[in-house]
Structures are given as structure tokens and as C-alpha cells.
Ligand binder design. Structure first.
Ligand code: 4AD
Ligand code: MG
Length: 482
């Protein structure tokens, strides 16, 4: 610690420093102010608070009145061994400046247990709680772990467009982007909205995936990845769906489906182990929170492993690879299927898997992450490579305990004629994809990629129960506040 007289120090660094009576300045927000004497100060750099002790005789009473939970302070004092228990060191406050007060009558984040539902309505302030600050620090670390992994593997980061004229997944759940006057749009001679007069001269949407554009870059840079926001207007009000989420999409030339699965598994393990190594304090705190939450559930519904154990388990164990046909057999013969406990009963090959089926496979049957591959072509997107059986495609989904689908990916169809056939069979306009088809005309090569929903990974790593609580400002049906 040098030059501490000039700059304020971060509490994270300070808590690792020996208290030797050095004078220094810290800045942060009051978590609690006890007995008119003990300020617990937090600056977001770390989970822990710094105890700052004021001798109230030394300070103006009116000033101390304004020190309350939520207030922003600048404190200068001596960093000394703590007299009390609970902390090794503390600050003896010599100078106190209040940057901003927080009226206790109206400041909503008080030092008591608030429900996550309540805090969602205060999303602009919830990061000032221990739980949300821990979650958001882990989120930031995971994000760095993603870039670190790909950089070290020789991938190039590319940014694909957010406004797009194509529908990658063909699922028709896109948000329209328009600059036309919604009340009085120009009409064509048939009375339809004349999109040629819109900003881009055509219909445009927010992207559901950067994959198709990423493919073009893989066909020149070799190995690339995107990490950006994606948007889906699906009306899924679940704890696993957002209308705006961040997706990581690597795309690799000369990779087949097995290479793709190997990479995805290695990637997930690497990012989770980065978090284990770099977020120990926050994860220990979230592990404790998770244990408390599990304990409040009925015994049968409790997770067999703690949060840290679950993460370590993923890092240490091979994912189970199972093809769709085997999975259907397992599901068809499963207890919940025979006893009609599933909402969607699996009757025949070709059925799309619902999250109840995915969760049965990972949580009850295999008890480990599962990579399901070779799905029926009918239930997958047009770009997936057709197998020789003419029925299945080289798709793979990675299913996670407690989460369901974490990753969706495939080997891509690199044969022009086969791709054109699929596009036709699925009723997609070929002209829209002229540039995508060009990749198959000029230097086409086998290639593969996948998409990982970043919030689902954060959900898993933090043990939180609702995806709305692992992104700063969640966008869900009927909710775009803040
Ligand atoms: O399986 P999906 O739809 O795959 C694609 O979009 C491909 N283009 C990816 C690729 O091959 N490059 O979505 C990928 C992942 C899912 O596995 C899931 O983790 C996440 O994105 N995801 C969502 N996460 C949160 N909210 C939603 N509404 C999500 N929809 C998908
Ligand atoms: Mg999918």
C-alpha cells in the first residue's frame, strides 16, 4: 500500500492489508450504523464490509444523524487492529464527509431480509445488497472467464449485428424494429404498411442469434465467438426465460459435431473453474444462501449437493453423451411417462423434448450434465447438418441439472444442395439467405458452433432460483421497467 494519503483505497485491498495505524481514505455506502458508533461500509469491491468507528463526541450530532443505511460517505482515519470481535481491523474515523444522505423513511433497502420479488421492483438499488452484489460480481467474473477461455484457445471475438434482416432460428419470435410512425404508417396500394419507406427500406428485427453472421466470419478467421445481447419475443413466463439475454456463440471452421461437443464441455468447465478460483468469497456466501433456501424446501425436493459441490462436480466429471433415440427410449420407459406424470407424454420417436423431459434425464436418470445429439431434423433449425439416415441432424443440446437446456448447437450443413433442399422444405425464402448460401458456394467447409445462454450459466453458478435475479435489469413479458 503506497500513497494512501492521496487516493482512497478499495475495501477489498484493505481487508487484505495488515492494520498498522496507517492513515487512509475509503469511500462507500453505509450498510448499517450501530449504536451511533459503528459504521459498516461497503464499496462493492468485495462482499465484506469495513467497520469504521466514530467517537461521537468528536463529531457534530447533526452530521451523525445523516449517517444511515444507504448514505454515501468518504471517510479518512487510521487503519488499526479491531478492539471488538467480528473483524480483524477497523478504521478509527478522523474525518467524515457525507456525499449523499439516504432518508431512512423512504430508502427501501433496509438492513433486514427483503424478498427477491420486492427487490426486483427496486432493481436500481438491489445491487446494494450482499446477495445481488455477490451475484453481479460472479457474473462479471464469468464474463471475463468466457473471454479468457476463447482468447487462450486462439478464437477471435466478433460483434454481429443486433438489428437484423434475417431470422436465424426461423422460430418467428422476433421483436420488430421500425422508425415508422406507429399511429400513422405509410401504406402501400393494398393497404398494408409500406416497409420500403421504413428506415432500412425493409422489415427488420432485433436478432435472436448472431450465428449466421458468425458463420461468415468463421469462414475467414477460422475460430470466432460472439458474446452479445439477443432478443426473443416468446411469451414464456418461466424462471429460465428472458426476452433479452446474452448469448455466447462460438463458430469453428473444420470442426465436426464431436469437436463441437468437446469444445463446449471444455469451455463450460473452464469458465466455472475460473469462477471457483476467483470468486471464493462470493461463492461461499452464495453457497450458504443456497443451503438455507434448500433447507426450507420439503426433504424430497432438496438438492443432494451444495452449490460449491455442484460446481465442482461439473468441473470434475465427464458430461454424459446420449443420442436422441436412446433418450426417447429412456423417457418412454420412465416412471413419470408410464404413470402419466409428464404433462407431455412421450409416445413416439420424433417428439420434441420439453423441459420436464430434459430435467428427468439429467436430474433423475443420469444425475450429471447430458449432451443430447442427433435430433430429428423436423424439430431443429434448417442449418443443421443432415445425417446419412436422412432423418436426423447433427444437433447437440447440453442439459444441466436444475436448469435444463444450457447450450444448443450443431454441425452446420456445408453442402449447398442439401441446404437448399432443407430451406425449401421448411418454407423459408431462399433469397433472404443469399449471402449465407454463398458460404456454401465459395470455399465451403465443414464447420460447427453452439450458443450458450449466459444468464443460465450465471444462474447455475450462483445457485439463484430465478433468471430475473442474475441480470441487472430483466426484460420479461409485461416488464421493461428501468
Ligand atoms: O438453442 P438456441 O435457440 O440456439 C441458437 O440460438 C443457436 N443459433 C446457437 C448456435 O448454434 N450458435 O439458444 C441457445 C441458448 C439456449 O441453449 C439457452 O441456454 C439460451 O440460449 N436461451 C435463452 N436464455 C434465456 N432466455 C431465453 N428466452 C433463451 N432462449 C435461449
Ligand atoms: Mg435450443
Amino acid at each position: 500500500m503506497h500513497q494512501i494519503f492521496i487516493m482512497s483505497v478499495k475495501i477489498k485491498a484493505l481487508l487484505k492489508t495488515a492494520p498498522e495505524g496507517q492513515q487512509l481514505t475509503v469511500q462507500g455506502w453505509v450498510r448499517t450504523f450501530r449504536a451511533n458508533r459503528f459504521i459498516a461500509l461497503n464499496d462493492g469491491s468485495t462482499l465484506g464490509n469495513l467497520q469504521c468507528v466514530v467517537e461521537f463526541e468528536d463529531f457534530d450530532e447533526a452530521l451523525l444523524k445523516d449517517v444511515s443505511t444507504g448514505a454515501a460517505l468518504k471517510i479518512t482515519g487510521r487503519y488499526v487492529k479491531s478492539q471488538g470481535k467480528g473483524q480483524a481491523a477497523e478504521i478509527q474515523v478522523e474525518d467524515l464527509l457525507i456525499h449523499g444522505t439516504a432518508d431512512p423513511e423512504s430508502y427501501p433497502i433496509q438492513p433486514k431480509k427483503h424478498s427477491f420479488e420486492f427487490l426486483r421492483e427496486k432493481a436500481h438499488l438491489r445491487v446494494r445488497t450482499a446477495t445481488f452484489s455477490a451475484v453481479m460480481r460472479v457474473r462479471a467474473a464469468l464474463s471475463f472467464g468466457v473471454h479468457k477461455f476463447f482468447r487462450e484457445e486462439g478464437f477471435h471475438y466478433v460483434n454481429t449485428p443486433i438489428i437484423t434482416g434475417s431470422d436465424a432460428e426461423g422460430a418467428g419470435e422476433m421483436f420488430r424494429v421500425s422508425a415508422l410512425d406507429a399511429k400513422n404508417p405509410p401504406l402501400d396500394e393494398n393497404g398494408n404498411v409500406d416497409v420500403t419507406q421504413d428506415f432500412f427500406g425493409k422489415e427488420t428485427h432485433l436478432t435472436v442469434s448472431g450465428q449466421l453472421e458468425a458463420e461468415t466470419y468463421a469462414m475467414g478467421l477460422g475460430e470466432v465467438y460472439t458474446f452479445g445481447p439477443t432478443f426473443r419475443a416468446e411469451n414464456s413466463n418461466t424462471t429460465r426465460h428472458l426476452a433479452e439475454f446474452w448469448m455466447i456463440e462460438p463458430e469453428m471452421a473444420f470442426f465436426d459435431l464431436n469437436d463441437n461437443m468437446d469444445l463446449a464441455e471444455k469451455f463450460i468447465k473452464s469458465v466455472l473453474s475460473y469462477a471457483l478460483d476467483n470468486c471464493q468469497e462470493d461463492l461461499a456466501f452464495l453457497d450458504e444462501r443456497y443451503a438455507q433456501e434448500e433447507n426450507s424446501k420439503p426433504k424430497l425436493e432438496r438438492s443432494e449437493m451444495g452449490l460449491l459441490e455442484k460446481i465442482q462436480f461439473i468441473v470434475d466429471n465427464d458430461f454424459k453423451r446420449v443420442n436422441y433415440t436412446e433418450a426417447i427410449d429412456i423417457l418412454r420407459n420412465s416412471k413419470p411417462n408410464k404413470k402419466k406424470k409428464f404433462k407431455y407424454i412421450i409416445e413416439e420417436w420424433g417428439a420434441d423434448l420439453q423441459s420436464e423431459h430434459e430435467r428427468y434425464l439429467v436430474e433423475k436418470h443420469f444425475k450429471t450434465p447430458v449432451i443430447l445429439f442427433d435430433y430429428p431434423a423436423k424439430i431443429k433449425a434448417f442449418y443443421m447438418r443432415m445425417n446419412d439416415d436422412g432423418k436426423t441432424v447433427r444437433a447437440m443440446d447440453i442439459l444441466f441439472p436444475g436448469i435444463g437446456e444450457m447450450v444448443g448447437g450443431s454441425q452446420r450443413e456445408e453442402r449447398l444442395d442439401v441446404l437448399q433442399e432443407r430451406i425449401k422444405a421448411m418454407g423459408i425464402e431462399e433469397e433472404e439467405l443469399w449471402w449465407y448460401l454463398d458460404l456454401r458456394k465459395f470455399g465451403s467447409a465443414p464447420h460447427s458452433g453452439f450458443g450458450l445462454g449466459f444468464e443460465r450459466l450465471v444462474l447455475f453458478a450462483t445457485g439463484m432460483g430465478n433468471i430475473r435475479d442474475v441480470i441487472p435489469f430483466p426484460r420479461t413479458p409485461q416488464n421493461a421497467s428501468f
